[in-house]
Design a protein around this ligand. Structure first.
Ligand SMILES: [Zn+2]
Length: 389
């Protein structure tokens, strides 16, 4: 007897499968037996406390992971609720990217324990986190000991550290906070380091040259002068070298950090995102241009990515980059985090952060999230009929 089985799920490669779940873990993924409904109910594999039949009509993937969100509810600037950026839009796991530093990380942890969405955090190297926009303008904000202690207090919650390296954040400190971040990383088990790029100084070349394998550049397709492309539109040599060393590119769309032109030009040259993330918080969720991770993912159809590539960026790639080794894969033994969705073939207008609009031919509609085996329908009430629950 299984806790939960989902039958007739369509994978992004077109295969249909049935999935069995026990104790929050996937225990079997089998080829769907759709021919004989009678036999299915009698077969022991179909004996479960709860059954959801997708009848070959809906897509299912490993649960979507948003590698860059802001969901510390008490943040004075970039606040939101984990479930509003998470399960409400089919996202099973969110990673807050530096809203809190060592001062507030414990409060953040406490506030998000009641969320259905799985919440992790990149700890801001500045002790205040993003209480103000210039958290790294004063080097005294970086207290190495406090960072190490916060990481030790929150194992399994803090999965990495964050350094925001743009002029408005670092003030006159230039590259210095990043040098400190690399030291902190070394002293703390080589945790993933996410680096935000924006306006210079520091110059992107200076930033890129300091990064090593597994470090994550977020806002990778921003349209500011400090972008990954040269004025001629080719990839900066410093970024080319960084990618060869295994540095990863994360989208981090946000209110001001995604340009269709930069993304399209980069992708044409084979510079793909490793992870697609939203940089979502209440304001850009409600008023755009972010809206949801699904919206950000859908934008990549208009610039040449396939459904499989887009889903890969928010599942396997994200789990690897964030070292969530129990997530991101639809296979026995992994966490039973799943996303059920549709691909609507309908024109849709998408806006980037630079005021450009592009009309796409299709877009993703998340229908439900399964988190550790529990089904949560997305915000759209009409979907309750779809699943007749
Ligand atoms: Zn952010």
């Amino acid at each position: 007897m299984y806790d939960f089985i989902i039958t007739g799920a369509v994978l992004v490669d077109g295969r249909q499968v049935d999935i069995a779940i026990n104790d929050g873990k996937i225990v079997a993924v089998n080829a769907a037996i759709s021919a004989d409904k009678e036999n299915q109910t009698k077969s022991p594999i179909y004996s479960a406390k709860k059954v959801l039949d997708l009848a070959g009509k809906y897509y299912l993937s490993a649960g979507w992971i948003d590698s860059h969100v802001h969901c510390y509810p008490a943040s004075p600037i970039y606040h939101d609720e984990a479930d509003l950026v998470g399960v409400a839009s089919g996202v099973t796991t969110v990673v807050d990217a530096g809203s809190t530093g060592s001062n507030d990380i414990d409060d953040f942890y406490r506030l998000t324990r009641s969320a259905k969405t799985q919440v992790y955090a990149f700890l801001n190297i500045a002790k205040t986190g993003i209480v103000t926009q210039n958290e790294l303008a004063d080097m005294a904000q970086i207290d190495k000991q406090a960072v190490s202690q916060a990481i030790a207090r929150n194992p399994g919650f803090i999965i990495g550290i964050k350094a925001r390296m743009s002029s408005s954040v670092v003030g006159k400190n230039g590259i210095k906070p990043l040098v400190r971040a690399k030291e902190i990383q070394q002293e703390n088990n080589q945790l993933p380091l996410m680096v935000h790029i924006g306006n210079n100084p520091p110059d992107l070349d200076e930033i890129a040259d300091l990064l090593t394998q597994g470090d994550i550049i977020t806002h990778c397709y921003n349209g500011k002068p400090n972008r990954i492309l040269t004025p001629a539109g080719t990839l900066r040599e410093s970024i080319q070298r960084a990618l060869q060393r295994g540095v990863l590119l994360d989208v981090g769309h946000g209110s001001a950090s995604f340009s269709f032109d930069v993304a399209e030009l980069a992708i044409k040259q084979g510079i793909y995102p490793h992870t697609i993330s939203s940089d979502i918080y209440c304001r850009n969720r409600i008023s755009g241009p972010v809206h949801s991770l699904a919206t950000v993912m859908s934008k990549f159809f208009t610039i040449g990515l396939s459904l499989e590539q887009v889903i890969h960026c928010v599942t396997e790639n994200a789990a690897q980059a964030l070292r969530l080794s129990h997530k991101g894969v639809l296979d026995a033994g992994y966490d039973a985090d799943l996303t059920i969705f549709e691909l609507k073939q309908q024109p849709q207008v998408f806006n980037d952060s630079e005021g450009k609009s592009v009309t796409g031919e299709k877009y993703l509609v998340p229908l439900a999230a399964v988190v550790a085996g529990d089904l949560v329908l997305t915000d759209e009430g009409k979907l309750k009929d779809v699943f007749s629950l």
